[in-house]
Design a protein around this ligand. Structure first.
Ligand code: B1M
Length: 224
């Protein structure tokens, strides 16, 4: 059997090379070797995407190569996600998730979905490039407890504020907690636009969601 180092290096190389088959193969090896599935994706998969990004910035890679790398990472995520564990929540809640309008970077949001689902939350995933109005309608329709928005670009981040402003305008901001995340989204900026929290990764999104749902229930005077 391959060593941990060989598996991690093989997985990262497969992603950088945009090789879906090899990524799936190394992901299966990781599962067989009992490696931590979440760490494989977020740490080693994330490091591989950083290398891809460096190549993109140096103009060694262009959008098609970046897309192949993303598909290779996703092939690994498909194998590893059933093995990701999160502490089960004792507080049932509905979370609506979306990548904001204009943004199609959905790997991070998909990880958030995997971890929140593993923790036992009901997750309604609206996908990527979601118009603000459609997101607000879904929050109302599902009586969501939490909305989670993801943005990977400085040009699309302002959509998060747009959604929060719409919630305020429609008088429902107090009924739903808001978490935001993604590369360019800092905690300070998140708080400045009126979000409740900015978990730095998918695992932190579980803890943040639990805390905010408990707060929401307390504000509503509910016990469970
Ligand atoms: Co593009 N891209 N991309 N891209 N891409 C970035 C984001 C960029 C930083 C690259 C660069 O220029 N250096 C740059 C944005 C610059 C900026 O505005 N600051 C960029 C650009 C410019 C573009 C295009 C405009 C390129 C072009 O066409 N010329 C174009 C835009 C398309 C669009 O959205 N309209 C584009 C396209 C693409 C691809 C389609 C090829 C592909 C996306 C495929 C896909 O997602 N299905 C892609 C990719 C893969 C990247 C990079 C290389 C990697 C992103 C990624 O998947 N990381 C990225 C560079 C980078 O980020 N370093 C880049 C791995 C993933 C696990 O991490 O998504 O950050 P991440 O998620 C993390 C945390 O952020 C957090 O948890 C996750 C870890 O657990 N998190 C949350 C994320 N959402 C959260 C939500 C939460 C909580 C935590 O609560 C709700």
């Amino acid at each position: 059997m391959a060593t941990k180092e060989e598996i991690v290096n093989g997985f990262m190389k497969a992603i950088v090379d945009g090789d879906e088959e090899a990524s799936a193969k190394w992901a299966k090896e990781a599962v067989a070797a009992g490696l931590d599935a979440y760490e494989m994706v977020t740490k080693h998969g994330g490091d591989a995407m950083t290398i891809v990004n460096q190549k993109y910035e140096k103009k060694e890679y262009f959008v098609p190569e970046v897309l192949c790398a993303a598909n290779a990472l996703n092939a690994g995520v498909d194998i590893l996600s059933p093995h990701m564990k999160a502490d089960k929540t004792s507080v049932p809640a509905t979370v609506v998730l979306a990548v904001v309008e204009g943004d199609i970077h959905d790997i991070g949001k998909n990880l958030v979905k995997i971890m929140l689902s593993a923790a036992g939350f009901r997750v309604i995933d609206m996908g990527k490039d979601v118009p603000s109005a459609a997101l607000v309608e879904k929050i109302k329709e599902t009586k969501a407890d939490v909305v989670g928005m993801s943005a990977l670009m400085s040009t699309t981040m302002p959509r998060m504020k747009n959604v929060i402003d719409m919630l305020k305008d429609q008088g429902i901001r107090g009924k739903v907690k808001v978490i935001v995340g993604g590369g360019p989204v800092t905690k300070d900026w998140a708080l400045s636009i009126g979000a409740d929290d900015r978990p730095h990764d998918a695992s932190a999104a579980v803890g943040a969601t639990k805390g905010l749902v408990e707060k929401l229930r307390a504000e509503r005077g509910e016990t469970w």
